[in-house]
Design a protein around this ligand. Structure first.
Ligand SMILES: [Fe+2]
Length: 135
């Protein structure tokens, strides 16, 4: 069984966002596979960098719509995004300076975070953004 797979139960009923979530989940799974097979350091860092960039792009995409339509849960949602970015940056710095090794603990953190975030706060905006015509 794959480490993490997107399922219909994760759908926020907005195609563009579902696609981005699928891509993110694919990236986290790749990352896990690379750690499992003890891929080299450069590969790991490249994957981390790719995930960071894509996550930021994705967060901005969601936030743009929430702001545009005055979504009432925007501040709380943006805060979750910001906390995640801070945490990932801190993990990356620790890894680069040799203070931690990339471990299953990190892949589990990513997996749990994305799953809970989609099922929790992302689903909360679903009806609101759909009503505002976001596809
Ligand atoms: Fe989100």
């Amino acid at each position: 069984m794959a480490f993490l797979t997107w399922t219909d139960s994760m759908s926020v009923k907005i195609e563009s966002i579902d696609k981005q979530h699928q891509k993110l989940i694919g990236m986290i799974s790749d990352f896990y596979e690379n750690i499992k097979t003890r891929s080299n350091n450069d590969n790991i860092l490249k994957l981390v960098d790719g995930m960071k960039k894509y996550t930021l792009e994705h967060f901005r995409y969601e936030e743009k719509f929430m702001q545009q339509f005055n979504y009432p849960g925007y501040v709380e949602h943006k805060h979750e995004h910001d906390l995640f970015v801070t945490k990932v940056n801190a993990l990356e710095e620790k890894y680069k300076s040799g203070k931690i090794i990339v471990s299953y603990e990190i892949t589990s953190f990513l997996k749990d975070w994305i799953t809970n975030h989609i099922q929790g706060v992302d689903k909360k905006y679903s009806d609101f953004l759909v009503k505002n015509g976001v596809e």
